[in-house]
Design a protein around this ligand. Structure first.
Ligand SMILES: Cc1cc2nc3c(=O)[nH]c(=O)nc-3n(C[C@H](O)[C@H](O)[C@H](O)COP(=O)(O)OP(=O)(O)OC[C@H]3O[C@@H](n4cnc5c(N)ncnc54)[C@H](O)[C@@H]3O)c2cc1C
Length: 451
């Protein structure tokens, strides 16, 4: 991007106040960052978390992605009951949401299941988790630069409207989703499939739904039945609608008469792919997203029984971004690993979620039936860079592989693993890339993970 300079590295501590010197610094309070910070702090390390919004949740909350996918196996058997294979931090968080009435039970999603959470409760559970673990959280603060000694990360430069400051850290977790630190250090990363990334989506919620009537028509599967797709195609023939995505997903939430809607598909005005890392395209996505939400809401009012009087309650704080940068890791999760359900001894997470690729007029789903693949630890470790690990959707993965490995349950577990790894690296005085993965796995298993 010729108009932007991403690399912002300082080879010595810049002439700015030092706000804190910590053991573990986590950048980003999405699923991965919350898990990493909570885990490291519970293991006794002085841990800070920096988040640019005023709440945690990232794509799950600000992007309103709204469900915890990736916990259950898929099956061709329509009578198959939900079979959960991911536990650990994910299950602790899900249970804490459930204790507040903030998450549904398993809901049918094609050949598998998911659960839908309340985004407000998600934030509150994250607040409680971080506070109870003793994490110091700074909201409304962004990382703008990295402080390096050669390839070793030593700290970051942060910025808020209070000004600029420095945090020095022994270990850093880049849980920014965008590999913000790796990129600012000038290290290598992939960007989608040779620059092509998945479509962004503006989520929205509607209330005022007559659920009985709605379910009688739409059915229990949150993926729309063919008759809805046919109606979308028909409505699109008229000039009244702009409905570029023909297969939509709707999730009954924990609130009465409310649906969370995953329907929009955002491209530029001229039809081009939006590169949402660029604020110009990001802005276009937000404006078009809001307009498209109105068009889908009107469609629901006119074509989906039970939704006649439904109204939009809210949209995401930001358009949902599925993919930007992925690091170049010591290992890269390959498309073959995913489709062949490859098992690994150095696994830090099972993933049963399909490849869910959002491009074209319909999202494409490649199911993994009655099986899962393992995600190896070293997909979180960049090929170059010391004292740094990533967690979350910026792990090292090929394009289609990422379209499976990026969902929330997995991001929780990547954060869980990264939090343990940085603590072990400090305690044992060794580089993250030299850690025996068994030791990380043993702590995860003790914390309830099934590996
Ligand atoms: C449209 C869409 C639909 C999806 N649907 C589902 C779904 O139904 N179920 C599911 O499980 N998953 C879904 N996902 C995927 C899932 O929501 C995300 O992949 C996952 O939440 C990513 O978590 P993360 O922690 O890696 O990153 P993020 O959630 O992106 O968190 C990164 C955090 O870092 C912060 N940050 C970034 N840069 C900086 C900086 N420089 N300084 C400070 N803070 C910074 C951000 O504000 C953000 O809070 C969907 C995603 C999208 C976009």
């Amino acid at each position: 991007m010729k108009d932007w300079k991403i690399v912002q590295r300082f080879e010595a501590v810049p002439d700015l106040p030092v706000l804190a010197e910590v053991d573990v610094l986590v950048i980003g309070g999405g699923a991965a960052g919350v898990a990493a910070a909570e885990t490291a702090s519970r293991m006794g390390k002085r841990t800070w978390l920096i988040e640019k919004y005023g709440f945690c949740g990232g794509a799950a909350v600000a992007g309103l992605s709204g469900t915890i996918c990736g916990m259950f196996m898929a099956s061709d058997n329509p009578d198959a009951q939900p079979e959960q294979v991911v536990f650990g931090f994910t299950e602790r968080f899900r249970q804490a949401l459930a204790d507040k009435g903030g998450v549904t039970g398993p809901q049918r999603y094609g050949k598998t299941y998911t659960v839908t959470h309340d985004p407000l409760m998600w934030r509150e559970v994250a607040d409680d988790f971080l506070e109870q673990a003793g994490v110091t959280t700074l909201f409304h603060t962004a990382v703008t630069g990295v402080i390096m000694n050669g390839d070793a990360f030593k700290g970051v430069v942060i910025e808020s409207n209070a000004g600029q400051s420095v945090i020095l850290a022994r270990m850093i977790v880049d849980a920014s989703g965008d590999a913000a630190l790796i990129a600012r250090a000038g290290m290598d990363y992939y960007f989608g499939d040779n620059g092509r990334i998945q479509n962004p989506t503006m989520f929205f919620r509607i209330a005022g739904v007559d659920m009985e009537k709605y379910l009688a028509y739409y059915g229990e599967d949150t993926i729309c039945p063919p008759k809805v797709t046919e109606n979308i195609v028909a409505a699109n023939q008229t000039d009244d609608y702009d409905l570029p995505r023909h297969k939509i997903w709707m999730f009954p939430t924990t609130r009465p008469g409310e649906l969370m809607v995953n329907a929009t598909r955002l491209a530029g005005q001229d039809g081009r792919m939006l590169n949402v890392i660029d604020p110009k395209d990001f802005t276009e996505a937000e404006v078009f997203g809001r307009r498209q939400v109105r068009s889908y809401a009107k469609f629901l009012n006119h074509y989906v029984p039970g939704c006649e009087n439904a109204y939009v309650v809210d949209t995401g704080v930001e358009v949902g971004i599925r993919q930007t940068r992925s690091i170049v890791g010591v290992e890269t999760l390959s498309n073959d690993d995913v489709v062949n359900c490859r098992k690994r001894e150095d696994s830090i997470c099972r993933t049963p979620w399909p490849i869910e690729l959002h491009s074209g007029d319909k999202p494409k789903l490649h199911w993994l039936l009655n099986d899962y693949y393992d995600v190896p630890f070293n997909t979180l470790v960049p090929v170059v860079g010391e004292n740094i690990i990533v967690a979350g959707r910026c792990l090292s993965a090929e394009h289609e592989a990422l379209a499976s490995a990026r969902v929330t349950a997995q991001c929780f577990e990547y954060g869980h693993a990264a939090g343990i790894a940085v603590v072990k690296a400090i305690d044992e005085g060794i580089r993250i890339r030299e850690l025996p993965v068994d030791e990380i796995r043993n702590v995860m298993i003790a914390n309830g993970s099934k590996l």
